[in-house]
Design a protein around this ligand. Structure first.
Ligand code: HEM
Length: 367
């Protein structure tokens, strides 16, 4: 202990560590009525770190070659000590990341914290959502199973509906006319390098904007009303008399991380194949089309939307319009009110949109 104190003092004298701790941790005050929903961001940071670590470990034995990929994954599952655990953590973790991401978005939507001056927080968050979708899509191909091969064929095929550039775009995405070794090469590069670096950079931007605006005050309880921001000058939303981030809220973050870990490990140990349909266990065969090929649960609504319209272009345009609407939400919904119950139009649209998404997903699953 004495030694640690001496070490801390040694560092402090050189780089002013005490000042940083005071400014960023113990003196960084959060709203007094802050709730557990605000810890989902930290849970996401934790999940991303776990995905990076488990992904690097998988890279030790995974071979990104169309002839060897499936065998290498089977080897990881059956022969590498704890290989099954690492792979299951990575596969289950990717699904959990999307789930927690959606919950984080839902909480930001309900508490109106996407509203000005937090447009940049929302926009960087939205880009993170699309990048997480991209990393899942590219990762799906890597095991080179029947599921990987055909799900990627269906997903890339949908770009064909775009007039003029569609067929060129499909060939560009696949690296050839059909999904094949060239597709595996580019999806591998995107999955292990381009997108993770992009996500890390975007998380940095997301946190930078959070630091500049300050954490929003939840619109609930006695402390729920804050001085409205006029938009004329920059204002940091500080919280004098609030809860210190360290140790108080950091412990709340930790509690949420442990609750997450309990749920995550319960899936990993008791029902790891919940996210693996039968075709995930068969090697890719371009000559045999499986009877039912479905994307992951979070793409089922997109998949069903493409199917219900007679023309794929209409289906794609509807999805593009919905995503653009979501991206531009802070610029469309400009009201100052943040309490969800005092925003009846928002609440009706949010509940309607959520039910529609769930309905389309269930329909996609059983169709
Ligand atoms: C990898 C994905 C993401 C990570 C790691 C992440 C991380 C964080 C963290 C640590 C916070 C601060 C604490 C909190 O309010 O939870 C935060 C706040 C925020 N996030 Fe995210 N986020 C991610 C994705 C998203 C997405 C998809 C959106 C919405 C499209 C979003 C919108 C916001 C907004 C508006 C805030 C400000 C909330 C406030 O000040 O009350 N984030 N995020």
């Amino acid at each position: 202990m004495e030694l640690l104190k001496k070490l801390y003092k040694w560092i402090d004298v050189r780089i002013g560590a005490g000042e940083i701790v005071e400014k960023e941790l113990t003196g960084y005050l959060l709203p007094r009525n802050i709730n557990a929903w605000y810890s989902l961001g930290s849970v996401l940071l934790f999940i991303f770190a776990l995905q990076v670590v488990s992904g690097i470990l998988l890279l030790i034995y995974y071979v990104p070659d169309a002839d060897k990929a499936f065998k290498s994954v089977t080897y990881i599952m059956n022969d590498v000590p704890f290989g099954w655990l690492i792979r299951m953590c990575h596969a289950v973790g990717s699904n959990m990341m999307v789930l927690v991401l959606l919950l984080h978005m839902l909480s930001v939507l309900c508490m109106g914290s996407y509203k000005s001056p937090r447009e940049f927080n929302w926009l960087t968050g939205f880009i993170l959502l699309t990048m997480v979708q991209g990393i899942s899509l590219t990762g799906y191909l890597l095991p080179w199973s029947q599921l990987s091969f055909w799900a990627t064929t269906v997903a890339t095929n949908s770009a064909n509906a775009i007039p003029v550039i569609g067929p060129h775009l499909v060939e560009f995405l696949r690296g050839s006319k059909m999904v094949g070794p060239a597709t595996l090469g580019r999806f591998f590069a995107l999955h292990v390098a381009v997108i993770p670096i992009g996500i890390a950079a975007m998380i940095g931007a997301h946190l930078f904007f959070l630091k500049r605006t300050g954490v929003s005050t939840p619109p609930f309880g006695r402390d729920g009303t804050t001085t409205p921001w006029t938009g004329d000058a920059y204002r940091y939303e500080g919280h004098p008399g609030g809860i210190p981030f360290f140790p108080n809220y950091a412990l709340e973050d930790l509690r949420s991380v442990f609750i997450y870990l309990a749920l995550f490990l319960a899936v990993v140990f008791f029902d790891p194949y919940i996210f693996f349909p039968r075709d995930a266990f068969l090697p890719a065969n371009p000559l045999v089309t499986p009877a039912h090929i479905k994307p992951e649960w979070y793409f089922l609504a997109n998949y069903q939307t493409l199917k219900i319209f007679p023309n794929e272009l209409i289906g794609l345009s509807v999805q593009g319009a919905a995503m653009t609407f979501l991206a531009l939400l802070p610029f469309i919904d400009r009201g100052r009110e943040r309490h969800p119950l005092k925003r009846p139009l928002f609440l009706a649209c949010a509940i309607g949109g959520l039910l529609l998404w769930i309905g389309l997903s269930v329909w996609g699953h059983y169709s």
